[in-house]
Design a protein around this ligand. Structure first.
Ligand code: CO
Length: 496
């Protein structure tokens, strides 16, 4: 029997709708999701924390409690970037530990921990904390293809993660690169060398994922990640219903009810329309990922960066520069934050016309060892070009970070109402402050009434415009903003 994790509440809308789905659109269908019998439902972590604060003006912590309440029978799963938590730098151990404690207290059952460089030292503290709390620890292998990455190497990493206490091991194929035969070999190897369940996570980006899942299942994989069909395909996961139907009546039968799944899908079909403005451009097969191994999301970043520099015509040069920079930087897997580092540096190299003449701080830090050990060593020549005579560190990067929670708590004393607010501030300082200020404004009676009155007018106008507009290309109507305003209006007692 194959078990299923559905990503509809996290990776699926992160991949397809820029992570914009609001909690209010999850809650009505959550009780039905709770009836399905998934191994887990991924609903937090990754970019959800950032977008909640930055764009949705929702408290990310509350999303866990709200879903927990209506989904008492399902394991809630989050994605944690090891020492990066859900942010873009390394955080000190005390911040990391508090974050995991709070997430667990709110209701996260399964923590999927990974590190962009597969440096287990960056996963150690997170893993230990999850274990100590008695939550389910899923440790991940960031899957990538390069001359220094082999099936044997990944299997060895799997054994190490098991030794470190992993309850399950995830093959995290974030770019959807894993081919059916590699999936077979890797799962087979892991099943032979470890004794914990193996979980496969891939994306449909290159069109191979569902086939790779089938080969992985034949090799003995225990759990796979899919997304309800309305939020599947493109850069998202393969469709849950297809997998269920594919395995029906075999020894791998998932036992999931297709009729109930269809009902959930129907619901999200409607919800998705609301987020039309955020639809990813890549909804079919992404040939770039097959040829250049660069996922669609990165591709659109390049386009924007080049456009800003008025060098759009150089996109092909950048595409060729990316693998070179990646090789120079020790063949790092391309996943947040390394994907951004390599992509930006490649763009800089092309725009300036001179390789590493101008380097971002992140590139320098990567060479300094501040993100951990790279899969292959960085040559002395490249190192010198980027950081001169500086000596890279060799210790666990977080060992150099003094405790920072108390200092941060003091800094944000004026706005923070508890540890969770301090953690939000630790991760996204400016964004969190803006959020706290707006939250206060929303809550202040008179102010809220004024806002509500303006908002009511705005919403009515925006909806009129929205109806008149055939395509969303102008983008002036922001559906989630509207929803946020509607919430504030309702809170203020104004009925539209
Ligand atoms: Co993913």
């Amino acid at each position: 029997m194959v078990k299923v994790t559905d990503t509809m509440l996290r990776d699926a809308h992160q991949s397809l709708l820029a992570t914009r789905m609001r909690t209010e659109d999850m809650l009505p269908i959550a009780p039905l999701i709770d009836e399905i019998g998934y191994w887990s439902v991924e609903m937090w972590g990754g970019a959800t924390f950032d977008t909640c604060l930055r764009f949705l003006k929702e408290d990310p912590w509350e999303r866990i409690s709200k879903l927990r309440k209506v989904m008492p029978n399902t394991h809630l799963q989050m994605l944690l970037r090891g020492q990066n938590i859900v942010g873009y730098r390394h955080y000190s151990d005390d911040v990391l530990i508090k974050f995991i404690e709070r997430a667990h207290a709110r209701g996260i059952d399964v923590f999927r921990v990974f590190d962009a460089l597969n440096d287990t030292r960056n996963m150690e503290m997170a893993m230990r904390t999850v274990k100590r709390l008695g939550a389910a620890l899923e440790a991940s292998i960031s899957y990538t293809i390069s001359p220094v990455h082999t099936i044997e190497g990944f299997v060895k990493l799997g054994s190490k993660l098991e030794e470190m206490g992993a309850n399950t091991i995830c093959i995290k194929d974030m770019a959807g690169l894993i081919s059916p035969h590699d999936a077979y070999d890797l799962v087979k190897g892991l099943k032979e060398e470890t004794s914990v369940p193996i979980h496969l996570h891939s994306h449909m980006t290159s069109g191979m994922a569902l086939t790779s899942y089938l080969k992985a299942i034949e090799a003995g994989v225990d759990i796979v990640d899919t997304a309800i069909s309305a939020l599947s395909m493109g850069t998202s996961q393969p469709p849950t219903e297809s997998l269920v139907a594919m395995l029906r009546g075999t020894e791998y039968d998932t036992g999931l009810d297709l009729k109930k799944l269809a009902e959930i899908s129907e619901y999200f079909n409607e919800v998705r329309k609301k987020y039309h403005d955020f639809e990813s451009k890549t909804t079919a097969i992404d040939t770039d990922v097959l040829i250049f191994q660069i996922p669609g999301g990165m591709m659109s970043n390049f386009a924007t960066q080049l456009k800003e520099a008025k060098q759009e015509h150089k996109i092909h040069d950048v595409l060729e520069e990316v693998p070179r920079v990646r090789a120079d930087l020790g063949y790092v897997p391309l996943v947040t934050p390394t994907s951004q580092i390599v992509g930006t540096q490649a763009t800089l190299n092309v725009i300036t016309g001179q390789r590493y003449k101008s380097c971002t701080n992140e590139t320098k830090n990567l060479v300094r060892g501040m993100y951990g050990k790279t899969p292959a060593p960085i040559s002395a020549e490249i190192r010198k070009k980027i950081i001169g005579d500086e000596k890279p560190i060799t210790v666990r990067p977080a060992d150099l970070l003094p405790p920072e929670f108390e200092r941060l708590a003091a800094e944000v004393k004026q706005y923070a109402r508890g540890e969770e607010d301090v953690l939000s501030y630790a991760l996204f300082p400016q964004v969190a402050i803006d959020f706290f200020k707006e939250r206060e404004m929303m809550e202040k009676g008179t102010n809220a009434r004024e806002i509500a009155a303006i908002a009511a007018l705005f919403v009515a106008q925006a909806e009129k415009r929205s109806k008149a507009k055939k395509s969303a290309q102008g983008g002036e109507v922001d559906m989630w903003k509207m929803a946020a305003r509607r919430e504030s209006v309702n809170g203020g007692g104004w009925i539209l």
